[in-house]
Design a protein around this ligand. Structure first.
Ligand code: TMP
Length: 241
C-alpha cells in the first residue's frame, strides 16, 4: 500500500475513507533528534497496544482523541487530522531537558505540573517555544493555546492517577494534537514508553526504576523488558474493547 508519510516511529497509510488513516507502529527507535538510531524488538506492537488502550480510556473520560480501533497488533485506525507541529510536554518531576537547561536536580517534584511547548522540527532541534513565539509563528490561536494547555493538564491528571494504580510514576510526557475537518482539537500521535517518562514505584535505584525510552537514550540495557513491563501493567488494568 502507498504510504502517506513515514515518521521515525510510525508509518501512515490511506484507507478507502478519506477521513480515516491507518497508522503502523515500527520497532525503530531514535533519540536526540534522530542522531541515535536503533531497534527495540516488539516496540511497535507494545506501543500500539498501550496507546490504543490509553486513548480508549481517555475517551471514556471525555477527552477527544483520533483513535478509532486497532485492526492488528501494530496497527491503529485513526481519524485524519492536521497535526499542529507543536510538542506539548507536561512535567510533574524534573528530568531530561528540564534538568539540563535549568540545573534542577533529577527527581525533584515540581510545585505544579509544568506545561511546555516545543516546535516539532528535528533540524532545529525541537526548540522550546514561548507563548508569543507560538502566536508569531501562527502555530495556534490564543484560544487553541488555552485549549491545548487545559487538555494537557486534564490528561496529566487522568494519566498520573492511572499510572499510579499500576505502581508507576508519571514523571513527564509529550502529547501531539491535531485538528479534524470540522476544526475540532483531537489528541493524536501516541502515548507510550517512547513518549512518557515512567518510573517503577517498586524500585528505588535511579537506573533500575526507568521503564521508558530513557533506557535506550542512556544505554541502560533491558529496554524490551521495560516496555513489556509497562504493557503488562497497563493492559492488566485496561481491557481493549
Ligand atoms: P525532554 O526532557 O527530553 O524534553 O522530554 C520530555 C518528555 O517528552 C519525555 O517524556 C520524553 C518526551 N519526548 C518525546 O516524546 N519526543 C521527543 O522528541 C522528546 C525530545 C521528548
Amino acid at each position: 500500500m502507498e504510504k502517506i508519510y513515514e515518521g521515525k516511529a510510525k508509518i501512515l497509510y490511506p484507507t478507502d475513507d478519506k477521513d480515516i488513516l491507518l497508522t503502523q507502529f515500527k520497532d525503530d527507535a531514535t533519540a536526540f533528534n534522530a542522531q541515535k538510531r536503533g531497534t527495540i524488538k516488539g516496540k511497535g506492537e507494545i506501543n500500539c497496544q498501550i496507546s490504543s488502550a490509553l486513548f480508549q480510556w481517555l475517551e471514556s473520560k471525555g477527552i477527544a482523541t483520533h483513535f478509532i480501533d486497532q485492526p492488528a497488533p501494530r496497527q491503529m485506525r485513526v481519524r485524519a487530522v492536521k497535526i499542529i507541529p507543536v510538542e506539548v510536554v507536561v512535567r510533574n518531576i524534573a528530568a531530561g531537558s528540564l534538568c539540563r537547561q535549568t540545573g534542577l536536580a533529577e527527581g525533584i517534584v515540581l510545585p505544579f505540573p509544568l506545561v511546555e511547548f516545543y516546535l516539532k522540527n528535528d533540524e532545529l532541534g525541537d526548540p522550546l517555544l514561548t507563548r508569543d513565539r507560538l502566536l508569531v509563528l501562527e502555530l495556534a490561536t490564543t484560544e487553541q493555546l488555552k485549549q491545548l494547555r487545559s487538555f494537557a493538564l486534564k490528561i496529566n491528571t487522568y494519566l498520573t492517577e492511572f499510572f499510579a494504580s499500576c505502581q508507576i510514576t508519571l514523571v513527564d510526557f509529550k502529547l501531539e494534537f491535531g485538528l479534524d475537518t470540522q476544526g475540532n482539537l483531537l489528541l493524536a500521535d501516541e502515548i507510550s514508553p517512547d513518549t512518557c517518562r515512567l518510573w517503577d514505584q517498586q524500585k528505588n535505584d535511579p537506573s533500575d526504576r526507568v521503564l521508558d525510552k530513557d533506557r535506550f537514550r542512556r544505554d541502560l540495557g533491558e529496554v524490551e523488558t521495560a516496555y513489556q513491563e509497562v504493557q503488562q501493567r497497563v493492559l492488566e488494568k485496561l481491557v481493549i474493547g
